[in-house]
Design a protein around this ligand. Structure first.
Ligand code: NAD
Length: 259
């Protein structure tokens, strides 16, 4: 799939979280291809260094810095690293996240808290740490989920944590205006390790294939999406082309929200 984004983020100093996962990896590559300078963060130092080498070899301006997005101290330290490196920031892309599929009555308090820490508190911590580095024209893009806008069985912790991201986005858009725009993306099922691992509990073979197919069939476009079909919207929202757009949540879900 080819999407022309060359130069649309020329020189934009960008922080992306969750960069070693399925969508984060693609986001780093596509943001760099669009001309952004990127500091990417995730948990695993070795994997992150590998990504840094890969993108560096392709001529991109990408630096990896490990941080746990649930930790106030580590997010603040990441902001300190960014301040030292660039003395400012143009784009924050909150992408890190985890999923849990469990009935509400079987969900433990630890699981509930973990989901909300990684998916929601992280966005609060990052906005609080990075917004002060962003001047006029700044843009924050938060990854929520279609599951944050639609009730699904076994998704109480995940859905509520992602619903929190949608409202947090809107409040931040009000409070950070007029300098910084804040928008959210709500992907449907996208082919990354997250849904692949999630579905790995279905017995291997035809049954698992059928379950995967069913995820796609539930939406008008009859398939799951690709990271390359989500990231271009993030690039648009991060760019100056979206200069009059803030406080909005966008579905990228093959039509699921309309069905
Ligand atoms: N793939 C989908 O179907 C789908 C659908 C809707 C929303 N999303 C959201 O998109 C985002 C990216 O998901 P993905 O599909 O690429 O999943 P993924 O599991 O491939 O990637 C998630 C990344 O977040 C990182 N992460 C987890 N906990 C962290 C922590 N405490 N600190 C720092 N990093 C941490 C992981 O290490 C991983 O690299 C997530 O927020 C997810 O909820 C995904």
């Amino acid at each position: 799939m080819s999407t022309t984004t060359t130069g649309r983020l020329a020189g934009k100093r960008t922080v992306i979280t969750g960069v070693t996962g399925g969508m984060g990896r693609v986001a780093c590559r596509m943001f760099c291809e669009a001309g952004a300078r990127v500091i990417g963060s995730d948990l695993d130092e070795a994997v992150g260094r590998g990504l840094e080498e890969e993108l560096g070899a392709a001529g991109h301006d990408f630096t990896f810095k490990a941080a746990d997005v649930t930790s106030e101290a580590e997010v603040e330290a990441l902001a300190g690293f960014v301040r030292q490196r660039w003395d400012g920031l143009d784009v924050l892309y909150n992408n890190a996240g985890i999923i849990l599929g469990k009935p509400l009555l079987g969900t433990t308090v630890e699981e509930w808290d973990r989901l909300h820490a990684v998916n929601t508190r992280s966005v609060f911590l990052a906005i609080r740490a990075f917004a002060p580095l962003m001047g006029a024209g700044g843009s924050i893009v938060n990854i929520s989920s279609g599951g944050g806008a639609r009730a699904m069985r076994n998704m109480s912790a995940y859905g509520s944590s992602k619903a929190g991201v949608i409202l947090l986005t809107k409040v931040a858009a009000l409070e950070l205006a007029p300098d910084i725009r804040v928008n959210a993306i709500l992907p449907g099922t996208i082919d990354t390790p997250m849904p692949r691992n999630f579905i790995s509990r279905v017995p291997a073979g035809g049954e698992r294939e059928a379950a995967w197919q069913a995820l796609g069939d539930g939406r008008p476009l009859k398939r799951v999406g690709l990271p390359e079909e989500v990231v271009p919207l993030a690039i648009f929202l991060a760019s100056d082309e979206a200069s009059f757009i803030t406080g909005v949540d966008y579905f990228v879900d093959g039509g699921r929200a309309a069905a």
